[in-house]
Write a protein that binds this ligand. Structure first.
Ligand code: 5RP
Length: 218
């Protein structure tokens, strides 16, 4: 199977985690886009959705799915999103699409995080994929120095501005053996909005597309 076929399979499998008559949190990226297409087929069975990016909001609304402001939501049973890397502990790197901050906010509200990936995203140690860090523009140079001090090689994502008006530094060369500690350490640097480690808010379930079918890790 191709990577796109594996993504399609997990996007469809994720529908089983959507709760009838309730809201669903929706992630960003190519796998999340396939999930939105699948969700459109059952839109009459949900109240609506909460979007993790402007791109996702536009796509959901394009399918006639009502998108709620997170501030009006107190109960979100499930958040469904892809990842750039995931481990057996359900720790993830996210933010390849640059939506990491809103993804982290929406997933923090959700009771359950269902991660949908093809098998290429599964790793023993996080860090082969460059870690995205969203930064307030005036702090770019200072945060880059601090990330270098932590052993990484930060590279500005050229020509990219997040939905929140900030920049992304993609940090190469990290071997992330303690993702919970590193997530906190980077988040505490002055000028950092969010980093793409999802370790404190790990996934609860991972649907992984493999050549043998979709397997569930939890
Ligand atoms: C976007 C993300 C995506 O979930 C991540 O980049 C995976 O994307 P894809 O499904 O296209 O492989 O975190 O900010």
């Amino acid at each position: 199977m191709t990577q796109d076929e594996l993504k399609q399979a997990v996007a469809e499998a994720a529908l089983a985690h959507v709760v009838e008559g309730r809201l669903v949190g929706v992630g960003t990226g190519s796998t999340a886009r396939l999930f939105i297409e699948a969700l459109a087929g059952i839109k009459d069975r949900i109240t609506g959705a909460v979007a993790s990016s402007e791109d996702t909001r536009r796509r959901l609304e394009g399918h006639g799915i009502r998108v709620y402001d997170l501030n009006d939501v107190t109960d979100l049973p499930v958040y469904i999103d892809g990842a750039d890397e995931i481990t057996a502990e359900m720790h993830m790197i996210k933010g390849g699409g640059g939506a990491l901050t809103r993804e982290k906010i929406v997933s923090a509200v959700a009771q359950k995080f269902v991660c949908i990936v093809d098998a290429s995203k599964y790793v023993d140690v996080l860090g082969r994929f460059p870690l995205p860090v969203e930064v307030i523009p005036m702090a770019r140079a200072q945060v880059a120095r601090e990330l270098t001090r932590l052993g990484g090689r930060p590279v500005l994502r050229e020509g990219f501005v997040t939905d929140n008006g900030n920049i992304i530094l993609d940090v190469h060369g990290l071997q992330i053996v303690d993702p919970v500690a590193l997530e906190s350490e980077i988040d505490h640097l002055a000028g950092v909005v969010t980093n793409g480690l999802f370790a404190r808010r790990a996934a609860n379930v991972c649907l992984m597309g493999t050549d043998k079918g979709v397997i569930t890790l939890s």
